[in-house]
Design a protein around this ligand. Structure first.
Ligand SMILES: NC(=O)c1ccc[n+]([C@@H]2O[C@H](COP(=O)([O-])OP(=O)(O)OC[C@H]3O[C@@H](n4cnc5c(N)ncnc54)[C@H](O)[C@@H]3O)[C@@H](O)[C@H]2O)c1
Length: 294
C-alpha cells in the first residue's frame, strides 16, 4: 500500500519561508551537535561564548545566527539548552522522521548503512538498493538490499524523501533522475560528479577530497605566514628566502617550461625529473568551482 507522502524536504521549512541565510542554516547542525553534547552532560544553560566555542564559531556570529530563530538568550544566564535544541531541531525539520534510501551498497554504502548516527538525528535508513545481482539480497544493517529496478516503488512505498547516491560517478545522474522521478526531494551525493536536478529538489555533495584540499590550502598559507614572520626585520637581501626548497608554495608552482627539444636520447629522458605535479589538483579544483557555481 502506498503511504501518503510526508512534508517535502525543501522549500517548505521555516528557514526558507523566513529567509534565514543559507550560511546560518549550514551552521545550525553544529550548534545542535554542541548543544546535544551539553545536554548529555546535564548542562541546563549555556552562555553564547561557551556554545560558540563548543561549535567552533565566533560568539557574535552565533548570536546573530540564533537571532534568526528568534532566540536571544537571557542576559546573565545564556541560552536554555533543551529549548534551543528544540528550536534548532524544529527549524531544521528534525522534529519529524526523514526516510532515506541508500543507492550503491559497496564500501561506502555499507559504512553509511551501518552508521548509527543517522537514526539518533532523525533519519531512518529505510531501504538499500544496488544494481549488482551479487549484492542484491544481501543483508546489511538489518535491511535486505533491493534491486535497482524496484527503486521507484521503494521510494513511493516507504514515503522516502532523501536519496543517498553512493554509486560510481558514471551511474550517479541516472540514479538521481530515478530518485527524483519517484518523488525524492533531497539528494546527498557522494559520487565525484555534479548532479543536475529540477527546481524544488536539493542536492548536497559530500567530497572528502575537496575538504582535504581546502585544509591543504590553509595549511600552506599558515606555513607561508610562519615563514615570513620568522624573517629578520633588518634589511637584507631576502631574494631566495621565499623561493626554492624553503617556500611551501614552491611545490605548487608550475614546472619550468621546457625548451622544445629535438629527439632526446632515451637515457637522458629517463633521468629527468618527472613532470607530474599539477594535473590532478587542477582538475579537482575546477570541479569544485563548477559545483560552487552551480
Ligand atoms: N565523497 C566522498 O568523500 C567519497 C568517499 C568515498 C567514496 N566516494 C564515492 O562513493 C562512490 C562509491 O564508492 P565505493 O568505494 O563504495 O565503491 P564500490 O565500488 O565499493 O561500490 C559501488 C556500488 O555501487 C553499485 N552500483 C554501480 N552502479 C550502480 C547503479 N547504476 N545502480 C545502483 N548501484 C550501482 C555497485 O554494484 C557497488 O555495490 C564512488 O563514486 C566513490 O568515488 C566518495
Amino acid at each position: 500500500m502506498t503511504r501518503p507522502r510526508p512534508a517535502r524536504l525543501v522549500r517548505s521549512g521555516r528557514a526558507a519561508r523566513d529567509g534565514i541565510p543559507e550560511a546560518t542554516v549550514s551552521r545550525l547542525p553544529f550548534y545542535l551537535q554542541a548543544l546535544t553534547a551539553l545536554a548529555e552532560r546535564g548542562v541546563a544553560t549555556v552562555s553564547s561564548e561557551e556554545l560558540a566555542s563548543a561549535a567552533g564559531v565566533g560568539s557574535a556570529k552565533l548570536r546573530k545566527d540564533l537571532s534568526h530563530l528568534g532566540s536571544y538568550g537571557t542576559r546573565g544566564v545564556g541560552y536554555e539548552v533543551q529549548y534551543l535544541i528544540y528550536q534548532i531541531s524544529r527549524e531544521l525539520g528534525l522534529t519529524q522522521d526523514w526516510k532515506v534510501v541508500i543507492v550503491g551498497i559497496g564500501n561506502l554504502g555499507h559504512a553509511l548503512a551501518n552508521y548509527g548516527g543517522f537514526t539518533s538525528r532523525g533519519f531512518t535508513v529505510a531501504a538499500l538498493v544496488d544494481a549488482d545481482p551479487r549484492v542484491v539480497g544481501e543483508t546489511v544493517a538489518g535491511l535486505t538490499v533491493s534491486p535497482l529496478e524496484s527503486l521507484g516503488e521503494i521510494v513511493r512505498t516507504h514515503g522516502i524523501q532523501i536519496g543517498v547516491v553512493a554509486t560510481p560517478g558514471p551511474a550517479a545522474q541516472e540514479i538521481c533522475d530515478q530518485l527524483v522521478q519517484a518523488g525524492v526531494t533531497g539528494v546527498l551525493n557522494f559520487a565525484p560528479c555534479v548532479l543536475t536536478v529540477p527546481d524544488g529538489v536539493m542536492v548536497r555533495r559530500v567530497d572528502l577530497a575537496t575538504e582535504l584540499q581546502i585544509l591543504a590550502f590553509h595549511e600552506q598559507r599558515r606555513a607561508v605566514g610562519r615563514l615570513t614572520s620568522e624573517m629578520p626585520t633588518e634589511p637584507q637581501d631576502l631574494s631566495g628566502a621565499l623561493t626554492g626548497l624553503t617556500d611551501p608554495r614552491a611545490e605548487l608552482r608550475p614546472p619550468p617550461r621546457e625548451e622544445p627539444r629535438t629527439k632526446a636520447p632515451r637515457a637522458a629522458a629517463l633521468s629527468e625529473p618527472r613532470n607530474t605535479p599539477r594535473t590532478k589538483p587542477a582538475t579537482a579544483l575546477t570541479e569544485s568551482r563548477a559545483e560552487a557555481a552551480g
